[in-house]
Design a protein around this ligand. Structure first.
Ligand SMILES: Cc1cc2ncn([C@H]3O[C@H](COP(=O)(O)O)[C@@H](O)[C@H]3O)c2cc1C
Ligand SMILES: O=C(O)c1cccnc1
Length: 352
């Protein structure tokens, strides 16, 4: 049985007040830092200090294949998964470029890709199986496989330096797995959260929705978070859930990418709700269900909920590309807290 790492509640009214006070003294009109201030407040709360410093950020691309792809739920073939792993390792993928630009270390994890990789720098082999089974015909994984993937995620975060984890993934068919988890754990009709993924047309989305309905019916009893993860998820999602739980347990900042990473956070937060206190949602992706999923996680459109997703760039990439793109905002939020003068220190007159 998988042991959920302890994730204590971070609620600390004294620290929250000290952070709010520090921000209120900065030399801008009161409240003018907007969501940058809210982001700074959150980073201080996660790292437990009024002087948060981010170091050695780690972007992990969790990769695996999905049996349900045989049902025509993606616009691309499964082979793209292993081919893209090669692209990440060669440094040519979107996320590789963005991570390099911002000094973020990239690690790729084979959680269950249907391909045998030669050892390579930057590649961890944590393969539980050569892809999942077709969830439209029964459980995608056995409980033992799911437990193994979760444990792999825990162990790999234990070995990472730094205090920030950026979530990335690669797996043709994984918008289907993420959609199934969102529908099942979020209690919404699957049609409301099924989108185009890599680019299905309207007819393709209708076919995908019908297949996903079959998967929900074939796994009707899988309602608890871990049972749903095993029956409907993927090996990269399960490994990511383990990584999220361990990162939260270690009080790392968790930078959440798009729809698939958010679905992993949904599962992790059902297992340990304070996980959400450690998350920064990098962006709202163009995948249909993401806005709804973000709202479930308390990070809906900014005007309504907290700091919300930081960016809305119309991305539908995954890989961790949105997380890498948003990273400089986190760096800026810390710099504002640590380096900006106060009205007092700069000799600037405060409000009359
Ligand atoms: C070339 C290429 C690069 C990608 N990088 C991320 N994804 C993204 O698309 C996939 C999910 O969409 P679906 O569920 O429709 O298959 C995942 O691999 C995700 O990371 C890619 C997809 C492709 C084709
Ligand atoms: O939001 C995402 O993560 C996403 C959307 C479409 C395809 N791949 C990933």
């Amino acid at each position: 049985m998988f042991q959920i790492p302890p994730v204590p509640d971070l609620n600390n009214p004294d620290l929250a007040a000290a952070l709010a006070d520090k921000i209120a003294r900065k030399t801008v009109p009161h409240g003018a830092l907007g969501r940058l201030a809210a982001l700074a407040q959150r980073l201080g709360a996660i790292l437990g200090t009024t002087e948060p410093r981010l170091h050695a950020p780690q972007l992990v691309v969790f990769a695996a294949d999905h049996g349900i792809v045989a049902r025509g739920v993606s616009a691309y073939p499964s082979d793209v998964t292993w081919q893209m792993v090669g692209n990440f390792l060669a440094g040519g993928a979107a996320v590789s470029v963005l991570a390099r630009q911002h000094g973020i270390a990239q690690t790729v994890v084979d959680c269950g890709v249907r391909h045998d990789f030669a050892p390579a720098p930057g590649l961890l082999i944590r393969k539980v199986a050569a892809g999942t089974q077709d969830a439209s015909a029964g459980p995608a994984m056995t409980a033992a496989q799911c437990d193994q993937a979760l444990a792999n995620g825990v162990a790999l975060v234990q070995g990472l330096p730094g205090n920030a984890l950026l979530l990335g993934e690669m797996g043709i068919g994984n918008t289907s797995a993420a959609t199934l988890l969102t529908a099942r754990l979020g209690g919404v009709d699957v049609a409301e959260v099924t989108g185009a993924g890599t680019g299905l047309d309207t007819q393709g989305v209708a076919r995908k929705t019908a297949v996903l309905r079959e998967a929900l019916a074939a796994n009707a009893e899988a309602t608890a978070p871990l049972a749903a993860l095993a029956a409907l998820g993927g090996l990269e999602i399960a490994t990511m859930v383990g990584a999220i739980l361990q990162a939260a347990s270690e009080r790392r900042v968790i930078v959440v990418d798009g729809f698939i990473a958010s679905a992993a956070v949904l599962v992790a937060s059902r297992l340990a709700p304070p996980v959400l206190q450690r998350c920064v949602f990098a962006h709202q992706s163009d995948e249909r269900g993401h806005a709804r999923l973000l709202a479930m996680l308390g990070a809906g459109a900014p005007a309504q909920q907290g700091i919300g997703p930081l960016l809305d760039m119309g991305l539908r990439v995954g890989e961790g590309s949105g997380a890498a793109l948003a990273w400089p905002l986190l760096v800026s939020a810390c710099a504002i807290l640590n380096e900006m003068a106060s009205f007092e220190s700069a000799g600037v007159s405060d409000r009359a």
